[in-house]
Design a protein around this ligand. Structure first.
Ligand code: SF4
Length: 242
């Protein structure tokens, strides 16, 4: 690992301690979890998911057997459009049951295996499958593959892309997709290709975005990474030039 990246992750781990993913790590349940809160946050998704689990269950057959009004009522406290959410949960359950015989993990493994000689092709096929589900974009698809231990993708926490962008490139750009891909490239080239290393980096960068390197107003005055941060160094250079 490049010394700068290793040092940043060590500093963040000293500050926040080891981090754990909020929510399940099974691909199907991760999709359900991500649909249980809107606007999405760990807290809202966990709240909706736990109610769903205890009142109905999350298995495809249970979601399909539940009435839409009941699903909508249960999701009411965690989403702003409960009826839409109920429809989406049924759509997810129907697709997994009918298209993938109830086993989404096996379907993803098959896509990845089919690309054995061309790993990038297999990875794209698995991501495409996941992105067919409601609210799953490329960042969520990569997160699912990483935390379900299906492919050690250098996923970037989708709501905190600014953190690696500021640390390694400087000012976040105007285009989210470009920033996301640039951040993923930095992590991909710098981190060992192991699930452990990439999950650790994902969770520590996310925590830093939640606590200090906030999207609109990063709290640089209390950040322990000022010496390594490209964004802060560029700002200091600008003010020196003035
Ligand atoms: S110094 Fe500021 S911009 Fe850089 S990582 Fe810390 S909080 Fe974020």
């Amino acid at each position: 690992m490049p010394p700068k990246l290793a040092q940043i992750l060590e500093t963040l781990e000293e500050l926040y301690g080891p981090q754990k993913l909020a929510g399940p790590t099974d691909p199907y349940e991760m999709i359900v979890f991500l649909n249980c809160g809107y606007p999405a946050s760990d807290g809202k998704c966990a709240k909706g998911f736990e109610v769903l689990k205890s009142e109905i269950g999350t298995e495809p057959n249970k979601l399909l057997a539940a009435s839409k009004p009941k699903l909508a009522k249960l999701m009411g406290p965690s989403v702003i459009a409960p009826a839409v959410c109920a429809n989406r949960l049924k759509e997810i359950a129907r697709e997994v049951k009918n298209e993938f015989s109830g086993d989404l993990t096996a379907a993803l493994e098959k896509r990845l295996r089919e690309g054995k000689d061309q790993p990038e092709k297999g990875l794209q096929a698995a991501k495409k499958l996941l992105q067919g589900f409601p609210v799953i974009g490329e960042p969520s698809a990569e997160k699912i593959l990483l935390f379900a231990k299906l492919a050690p993708v250098a996923a970037v926490p989708s709501a905190f892309v600014e953190v690696p962008t500021r640390l390694f490139a400087g000012e976040p750009g105007r285009n989210y997709a470009t920033d996301y891909r640039a951040a993923r490239e930095v992590l991909d080239s710098g981190l060992p290709k192991t699930f452990e290393a990439r999950q650790r980096a994902y969770l520590l960068l996310k925590k830093h975005g939640q606590e200090i390197c906030k999207r609109s107003t990063p709290k640089c005055e209390i950040c322990p990474l000022t010496a390594q941060c490209a964004y802060l160094q560029a700002k200091a250079a600008d003010s020196n030039a003035d």
